[in-house]
Design a protein around this ligand. Structure first.
Ligand code: XMP
Length: 518
């Protein structure tokens, strides 16, 4: 049976991704596409959502799209700008609001009979965020909900499956927003809600078999969850015709290369492990500038990867663990690159490799669910993100093997401590601190300070512990770890890691700081 999908046309709002998440939470597949890239020949589309936008419909650069081939054929829901754009285009009036409508509001009247509001409570809280407002609806359109200040908070084109809402159902503060999206996606569009990790694995493995035939594929593994899940999925589809390359640049966590290689072998992957640490240490010697360090590692990595990849002379494909947020960020239609992503790049053109990205439609937590579905070990699936340049961006100043050793030992104590320290939440569930934070690590500072050990004066290094909570690494808060835990880690590090006599805790959030120090 064909996979149904909802198309979200992106007009550049910051919450477009969130709409995608909400639809996926309804076990319904969706694709976010630029506002003008609707796939008219795709007959698996069951409904369309128009997102918000940073623009007003009157801005000269506002995004405009011809909906005539969609209207009347598929259900449409316009959100915020999407609603204003349709009202404006079809002959209504949109005007600058006297005061910007921002924040909480309540649907004080709404049409209980309307399928969009099925199950809605009185005075449901919604979240507004717009500078324009719809002051008159086009002919044949009808108001179906109002707030204290906004008369046309929601409308429908009579006798048609076309709705607009000026509030944002996708954000958490619209308390019945998920219900509204369910009413649209399931009730109105008729989603079968059959998008699940199991269906994803089955469909993707079949598609990969068809796409790759008997071709050989190369994949760069990093030890992280995305590339590992991509590898296991490809292995299911084409077995040993997948060759994975895992490069050790010498700045991985303590014993990580060995442990991860073992995991990969247990998973039945065909992996070439390359220890290139000496090359990286010699190229990095004396370099202190953070960007230069990154460049040297990035280039060195590509060189080592290429040298191995070239040996696989019959390879036709390069597979990558690119996931959906990586692509949305780089495809962002307003043209602003928020974060460039860091997969293996720059394979020589003469290799003529085609790109295969089996996870390109998945969000991070969906990748984890797919990993579980594939039977991968939990520690690989719940592994924290780790930067491509590794500990190099956590050693401030120049890098030496000795500093890496000191940092690896301190980091190992911190991470093991986080895994072992369990707390119980209000519902009685036990969870390690490791699983409660998004990411953690230790940073080696370029300062020495005075201490005393036994009767001896010491003059040694300081390290900073970093642990953050986040949902997507775009923003992050420092994790409020228990004091008793920090006391224990500090004592363990100072007692066991030679060369360190002081431990600090980083209490900066992102923004304005970043997660990594370099
Ligand atoms: P920042 O420090 O920008 O990090 O707040 C956001 C997330 O990205 C990771 N990160 C990197 N990942 N190569 C990577 O593969 C890099 O150069 C890099 N720099 C930062 C960081 O660990 C965090 O998860």
């Amino acid at each position: 049976m064909q996979q149904q999908k909802i198309i979200i046309l992106d007009f550049g709002s910051q919450t477009t991704q969130l709409i995608g998440r909400r639809v996926r939470e309804l076990d319904t597949f969706c694709e976010i596409l630029p506002y003008n890239k609707f796939p008219h020949d795709d007959d698996s589309v069951i409904g369309v959502i128009l997102s918000g936008s940073p623009y007003s419909v009157y801005d000269p650069e506002a995004f405009k799209v011809d909906l005539s081939r969609i209207r009347g054929r598929l259900p449409i829901l316009g959100i915020c700008y999407g609603a204003q754009y349709m009202a404006h285009t079809y002959g209504g009036r949109v005007e600058r609001a006297e005061s910007r409508e921002y924040g909480r509001a309540h649907l004080c009247t709404f049409d209980r009979e309307n399928p969009l509001f099925e199950g809605f409570a009185d005075n449901s809280q919604v979240w507004m965020s717009h500078g324009d407002t719809i002051t008159a609806l086009p002919e044949g359109f009808r108001t179906i909900a109002s707030t204290e200040k906004v008369i046309n908070a929601a409308y429908q084109a009579e006798g048609e499956k076309l709705w607009g809402v000026q509030f944002h159902p996708e954000v958490f503060h619209s308390l019945q927003g998920s219900l509204l999206l369910r009413n649209f996606v399931v009730g109105i569009c008729g989603s079968r809600q059959d998008w699940s990790p199991a269906s994803f694995v089955e469909t993707t493995v079949n598609e990969l078999k068809a796409q790759l035939g008997n071709d050989r594929v190369i994949l760069g593994l990093s030890g992280g969850v995305d590339s590992s899940v991509a590898a296991v999925l490809l292995n299911r589809a084409i077995g040993d015709r997948l060759t994975c390359i895992f490069v050790d640049h010498g700045m991985l966590r303590k014993n990580e290369f060995r442990d991860v290689m073992r995991d990969y072998e247990c998973l039945g992957l065909n992996v070439i492990g390359v220890d290139a640490s000496e090359k990286f240490f010699s190229e990095l010697a004396g370099v202190t500038d953070p960007e230069r360090k990154r460049k040297i590692i990035g280039k060195g990595f590509v060189d080592v990867f290429n040298a191995e990849a070239r040996k696989i002379t019959d390879a036709k494909w390069l597979a990558q663990g690119t996931i959906y947020p990586d692509r949305i960020e780089s495809l962002n239609i307003t043209g602003k690159v928020i974060k460039s992503h860091h997969n293996v790049g720059g394979l020589p053109e003469e290799m003529h490799l085609q790109l295969c990205e089996p996870l390109k439609w998945l969000f991070k937590d969906e990748v984890r669910r797919v990993g579980r579905q594939l039977g991968m070990p939990e520690h690989l699936i719940t592994r924290h993100p780790f930067p491509g340049p590794g500990l190099a961006v956590r050693i401030l100043g120049d890098i030496t093997p000795e500093k890496v050793r000191v940092l690896q030992d301190a980091d190992d104590i911190f991470i093991r401590g986080l895994r072992e320290w369990k707390t119980v939440d209000a519902e009685g569930r036990e969870q390690s601190l490791y699983d409660q934070v998004w990411q953690a690590g230790v940073v080696l500072l370029p300062v020495k300070s005075v201490g005393v050990m036994g009767d001896e004066r010491t003059y040694e290094r300081a390290v900073a512990l970093r642990a953050v909570t986040s949902t997507d690494a775009m923003t992050a808060d420092w994790a409020h770890l228990p004091y008793e835990f920090m006391a224990k880690v500090s004592t363990d590090i100072i007692n066991h890691v030679r060369g360190v006599n002081r431990v600090c805790y980083d209490i900066s959030s992102k923004p304005p700081s970043t997660i990594e120090w370099e």
